[in-house]
Design a protein around this ligand. Structure first.
Ligand SMILES: Nc1ncnc2c1ncn2[C@@H]1O[C@H](COP(=O)(O)OP(=O)(O)OP(=O)(O)O)[C@@H](O)[C@H]1O
Length: 238
């Protein structure tokens, strides 16, 4: 009889967070920013997080990216239990599993678009870094701008470079913090089509912080953060 062993990582959720807390030291003592957050997100799901300013959305994103450590609770991303990992393992995890898109682009101003996108692959020792970066830039419609510096690009073009950089290493998870916040409506729409297209092409999971109700309504699932507490909500049509 053949024994078929299934790969548990193929079906395991990309994000498994349970009772996450995040405390920091403030001038008046400890501040509880996240107060027992739980979420489970499957492969290829697009999840929106809405909520007022200062409620803890970016803090949660930083934990999911392995850029901050939770004070308590358990967190597994793409099969990695982040709590037990040292800095080297976390750096590798971020390189291989996570892409991040920030509201303010965060490109390196002294590097061309091509160099910005190739950077994560070069760090990983990928010989094909520049060819892959050029293909990624072409796929976001910037094949003709590869040698431009960020300062020579419009806001929308810079965000498309940031999107290309986020997906060039085909991560399991893309985290986007107000990716359209600095863009006009049409340009923001274009950037979102690029991000949503990644799920279609690569099965990428997308976690999106947004203040835009229309954008949140396009997500498969929607969470609301309020004062460090996360609750899932029904997705209402825009
Ligand atoms: N390292 C830190 N030290 C002290 N306070 C912090 C730290 N990081 C975040 N905070 C505070 O925690 C709260 C949550 O911040 P966070 O950036 O996660 O909120 P947010 O929901 O993303 O807000 P916004 O929508 O304005 O970006 C804020 O009051 C912020 O000032």
């Amino acid at each position: 009889m053949d024994i078929v062993q299934s790969d548990p990582s193929a079906v395991a959720p990309v994000i498994q967070a349970h009772d996450l807390t995040f405390e920091v030291a403030g001038p008046a003592g400890r501040v509880n920013i996240l107060k027992g957050v739980g979420m489970q997100v499957g492969r290829g799901e697009v999840v929106g997080i809405v909520g007022p300013s200062g409620s803890g959305k970016t803090s949660l994103l930083m934990l999911l990216a392995g850029l901050d450590k939770p004070s308590g609770g358990t967190l597994s991303v793409a099969g990695h239990a982040l709590a037990g990992m040292d800095e080297d393992a976390l750096a590798r995890f971020r390189r291989e599993e996570v892409g991040i898109v920030f509201q303010s682009f965060h490109l390196v101003p002294t590097m061309t678009a091509l160099e910005n996108v190739a950077m994560p692959l070069e760090f990983a020792g990928d010989d094909g870094a520049f060819a892959k970066a050029e293909a990624a830039l072409t796929s976001v419609g910037l094949g003709h701008r590869v040698h431009h510096y960020p300062g020579q690009l419009s806001g929308g073009e810079q965000q498309r470079v940031a999107v290309a950089r986020a997906f060039v290493a085909t991560p399991s998870l893309i985290l986007a913090d107000e990716p359209t916040g600095n863009l006009d409506r049409a340009t923001g729409q274009h950037v979102m089509e690029l991000l949503f297209g990644l799920r279609e092409r690569h099965g990428t999971t997308l976690v999106l912080i947004t203040h835009d109700p229309a954008l949140a309504a396009r997500c498969d699932r929607q969470f609301h953060m309020q004062d460090g507490i996360l609750t899932e909500q029904a997705v209402l049509p825009a």
